[in-house]
Design a protein around this ligand. Structure first.
Ligand SMILES: Cc1cc2nc3c(=O)[nH]c(=O)nc-3n(C[C@H](O)[C@H](O)[C@H](O)COP(=O)(O)O)c2cc1C
Length: 312
């Protein structure tokens, strides 16, 4: 498995700096993390919360940028290069209506002439870091996956990360491997696969189907099972509920140290339990109670109950 690179996918509101630090300390197993998208706005300033995503410099972090305008992206890429980052990732996948209507994220995949001009202008920028992209395979559907690939191949991306779903599919249904192949066939740069890796078996199936892909990005699978990357690498010593309990406790405490208020921490932890439930369907009833909890005290009692039910 030495030739395999694993990345933790960016997930807005979940995989922030506190989460990444705690996951790395307690589990790890991934080669790098991505920031959730940083918005390159027209005022050319990052919010304080966004600056804390990438400062101090972290060699295992790739910052990701969402920009509706090439000039805004160039500004952000330069700021990030100055902060030490040699690679900046451009988001071409976000499906949220507020993003798409502003021709950002997957909204850029709706008009391919515009996408081509947009990327052309980006690469006119001077002194930029390496630029990678994280893309879907289409907007309404993936019929244009090859055409989008034909645009990407014109530009010197350091990597293309493909999530083979169209924007209209959000994160529903199954990934479209046909669309993955169609886009991928057009590309000459390194390609990373992303989507629906939830178990070792999913990973092994993909390894068989795309043996020449060496970089895999995992999001929800790592939220459901924070030891998944380790398990893929054949390390099974961190799979127990004791470690899970420690992870959840440390995560809560670190959010407190980071001055997050109780309501916001509770919201974040409940979001995490939404995915943990995938891994522990036998505790679905108890987890439902966790998701309804209204105070820290109530939450902690319920978590203890679930972890006891799960045993070692
Ligand atoms: C709650 C949530 C937030 C996300 N935020 C981002 C983001 O900030 N940037 C991005 O490129 N993708 C984002 N994604 C997409 C994931 O990075 C990933 O592409 C998607 O979940 C599919 O991979 P998975 O099946 O391994 O989870 C988000 C997905 C979810 C569910």
């Amino acid at each position: 498995m030495a030739d395999i690179k694993l990345s933790f996918a960016p997930m807005e509101s979940i995989t922030g700096p506190v989460f990444r630090r705690v996951h790395k300390e307690i589990y790890g197993g991934v080669d790098n993390y991505f920031t959730p998208f940083l918005v390159a706005n027209k005022n050319h300033s990052f919010k304080r919360r966004e600056t804390r995503e990438f400062i101090p410099y972290d060699p295992n972090l790739i910052p990701q940028v969402l920009a509706s305008n090439p000039q805004d992206f160039i500004w952000a890429a330069k700021v990030l290069k100055e902060a030490g980052y040699s690679e900046v990732n451009l988001n071409l996948g976000c499906p949220m209506p507020t993003v798409v209507t502003k021709k950002k994220g997957s909204g850029l995949l709706r008009d391919l002439d515009y996408l081509d001009r947009y990327l052309g202008e980006i690469f006119e920028g001077e002194d930029l870091p390496n630029i990678s992209i994280k893309t879907r395979t289409g907007f309404e559907n993936s019929d244009n996956a090859a055409d989008i690939g034909k645009i990407y191949v014109k530009y010197p991306f350091s990597e293309v990360i493909i999530h083979p779903r169209a924007r209209e599919e959000y994160y529903n249904g199954t990934v479209d491997m046909n669309a993955f192949h169609k886009m991928r066939e057009q590309l000459t740069c390194p390609v990373c696969y992303n989507g629906d890796i939830r178990t070792i078996q999913d990973f092994e199936r993909l390894r068989n189907e795309i043996p020449d892909i060496h970089h895999f990005m995992i999001g929800r699978g790592l939220l459901a099972n924070p030891a998944l990357a380790l398990e893929i690498r054949g390390k099974k010593d961190k799979t127990g509920t004791k470690i899970l309990c420690n992870y959840l406790t440390v995560l809560w405490d670190e959010y407190v140290k980071d001055s997050l208020d109780e309501k916001s921490i509770l919201f974040k932890m409940k979001e995490l339990w939404y995915y943990l439930e995938w891994e522990y369907p036998e505790a679905a009833e108890e987890i439902k109670e966790i998701k309804k909890s209204k105070t820290a005290a109530e939450y902690k009692v319920l978590v203890k109950k679930v972890l006891e039910r799960l045993g070692e």
